[in-house]
Design a protein around this ligand. Structure first.
Ligand SMILES: [Ca+2]
Ligand SMILES: [Ca+2]
Length: 291
């Protein structure tokens, strides 16, 4: 019996000393548990190592994919990135776009030699246009630079048919415009030449000139306001309407009456223009707004 027990014990892998201590669990099973633990720990460590190696690769791959998807989305739907950021993260898009100072909008500030503090002056100059007494020619006012004028194979003398003139304020009474910016002892801009500036405002996506308004819609920023001006109704040439700054500058020393293109205040004529808000004879205002 004793021999058979020892045989059983030996067969089951018990050490004789352990059998003597009363340990009844088979050594073989105990050894299997330790082996399992070792395999488990080893497996976990292996898994961690594999993860440590693969995760950066997966992260880099996913990041690249995300960038590509974002680029494709922006190509397909311009402005999506800004809208997503703007709606999801409040004003975050402004901070994001602030880094790119090339984003913005451009408008002409008629009647001023420079732009406001919030805008960059791309260039400044004088207002040009077709002669008030001509039947044809250009009909819109232009902002012509004074610095850096460049020619390309010019020929002296008039061989062609379209001409560009300077422009004079044709406001023969004071009281409309602010005189603060006109220059010393000048209160009437009559016959003075008209300056202009082309202004760039960062982080704006649109601009609009609104006639008959001095303020901007909610959410829009006011760039400047003033009076609507254009050519004379009885003159041969037609001109577009432009918004001239309510605090205009004058080209100093240009009070001589040499004509060219002219700028007149525009008066409302009600009838087909609703007489409700519009009053015949009233000088129309204007405002330029950006968003
Ligand atoms: Ca003049
Ligand atoms: Ca009037």
């Amino acid at each position: 019996m004793k021999i058979s027990m020892e045989k059983v014990v030996m067969d089951q892998g018990f050490a004789p000393s352990l059998a003597g201590l009363g340990l009844t669990r088979p050594y073989k099973r105990q050894g299997g548990r330790w082996t399992g633990l070792v395999l488990l720990v080893g497996g976990c460590l292996g898994g961690v190592l594999v993860c440590a190696v693969l995760m950066p690769l997966v992260y880099v791959t996913m990041s690249d994919l995300q960038l590509e998807v974002t680029e494709l989305r922006n190509l397909l739907i311009p402005g999506t990135e800004d809208r997503v950021n703007g709606t999801a993260a409040g004003g975050a898009h402004r901070e994001r776009r602030a880094a790119d100072t090339s984003i913005g909008d451009v408008f002409v500030r008629w009647g001023r030699e420079n732009c406001s503090e919030n805008a960059k002056t791309i260039y400044s100059g004088v207002v040009g246009g077709g002669h008030y007494g001509h039947h044809g020619g250009g009909s819109d006012y232009q902002c012509l630079p004074l610095d850096g004028v460049e020619w390309n194979n010019p020929v002296a003398g008039n061989q062609h048919g379209s001409y560009m003139y300077g422009t004079e304020y044709q406001v023969n009474s004071d009281g409309y415009f602010s005189t603060d910016t006109m220059g010393p002892y000048i209160s009437n801009p009559y016959n003075y030449d008209v300056p202009c500036s082309v202004c760039f405002v960062e982080l704006r996506s649109a601009h609009v000139m609104i006639p008959a308004r001095l303020s901007c819609p909610t959410g829009w920023s006011k760039e400047y306001s003033g009076y609507l001006m254009s050519g004379h109704h009885a003159h041969q040439s037609n001109k577009n309407f432009i918004c001239v700054d309510g605090a205009p500058m004058l080209r100093q020393g240009s009070s001589a009456n040499v004509d060219g293109a002219l700028l007149y205040l525009v008066e409302a004529q009600c009838g087909s223009l609703p007489c409700g808000p519009y009053i015949s004879g009233y000088e129309l205002t204007c405002v330029v707004c950006t968003l």
